[in-house]
Design a protein around this ligand. Structure first.
Ligand code: R5P
Length: 310
């Protein structure tokens, strides 16, 4: 068994390899002068069970192409089995035709990963669970829920706690964590008047006097969380924090979060963050390295992955 890292999340890949008691596979993922990507695998991988760690985070297209080319190189080097490990699966929000004449890019990306030669996929907190069905190869979708839940218990306790889904689509996710913490849930009725903009219509549930924690899969511009925090405080919440699996944090989101009424935003390291985010006073990062390492070990040993969440 071997672990190979492309360039999107080398720190997480190193952490995973260390937890698995091995080094990263010697490989070089670099650019030609015209920015074409070139990969060389610098050790024998014939007959190996290989896990390629690469989130398709910003810049999504470059990182996706790096992943595809790594898989191609491994296939041509006679690896026995190739698992594409995407701690963050980009393009996931394009999982349906939201209007006429638009693509389903998540399906296209799934096809590309399969065609490149991946035998299986390991990912985490897919934007919608059904995206697993876009792959015709085995796909394991891990949940960061247990990692987030234990941090909530440790840092916020359960008294007066209320978990909040920032939209109707996230209710199952918030409820899963709330049930195990014995907390209530409320729902934000969110509308998207335009692409990239969100508007809070209503809060479903009584949040007065509650410590509110928003649970979401992705924080991108931060608009959803910031709008929800303002509305919750207006309805009498004592404080509002947020836990999100994937810190996409594009276009100055970290600054907007720092200037917002959110007490704290907690994300995982599924996406590698620039120093500015790591230094932000109200953003904290949890590691999903141990979760991914356990899942990789189990896949390699042909053991149950779902048992990790029993
Ligand atoms: C949407 O359905 C997702 O779950 C997130 O709520 C969304 O991607 C967050 O985006 P933003 O931070 O730009 O509001």
């Amino acid at each position: 068994m071997k672990v190979l890292s492309a360039n999107s999340n080398r720190n997480l890949a190193k952490e995973i390899a260390k937890l698995l008691d091995m080094g990263l596979t010697n490989a070089n993922v670099r650019r030609f002068a015209d920015k074409e990507i070139f990969v060389s695998i610098d050790e024998n991988v014939r007959g190996q069970d290989i896990f390629v760690i690469q989130s398709t985070s910003f810049p999504a297209n470059d990182h996706l192409m790096e992943l595809l080319i790594c898989i191609d190189a491994l296939r041509r080097a006679s690896a026995m089995r190739i698992t594409a490990v995407l701690p963050y699966f980009g393009y996931a929000r394009q999982d349906r035709k939201s209007e006429g004449r638009t693509p389903i890019s998540a399906k296209l990306v799934a096809n590309m990963i399969t065609t490149a030669g991946a035998d299986r996929v390991l990912t985490m907190d897919l934007h919608a669970g059904q995206i697993q069905g876009f792959f015709d190869i085995p796909t394991d979708n891990l949940f960061a829920g247990p990692v987030l839940r234990e941090d909530i218990r440790k840092n916020y306790g359960t008294e007066k706690l209320m978990l909040i889904s920032p939209d109707v689509g996230g209710v199952v996710r918030a409820r899963g964590i709330a049930m195990r913490l014995g907390a209530d849930i409320a729902i934000v009725d969110k509308r998207r008047p335009k692409h990239g903009e969100s508007e809070v219509m209503n809060i479903i549930g009584d949040v007065e006097g509650r410590k509110c924690i928003l649970i979401d899969d992705i924080v991108d511009s931060g608009g959803t969380l910031i709008g929800a925090a303002d509305a919750l405080l207006k309805q009498g919440a004592i404080e509002v924090s947020a836990y999100c699996s994937h810190g996409v944090l594009s276009n100055g989101a970290a600054t907007r979060i720092a200037e917002s009424k959110l007490k704290e935003l907690v994300i995982t390291n599924s996406i590698e963050q620039p120093q500015k985010v790591l230094d932000a006073k109200n953003i904290r990062q949890l590691s999903v390295g141990p979760l991914l390492a356990k899942a990789i070990r189990r896949i390699s040993n042909e053991e149950s992955v779902s048992a990790l969440f029993d």
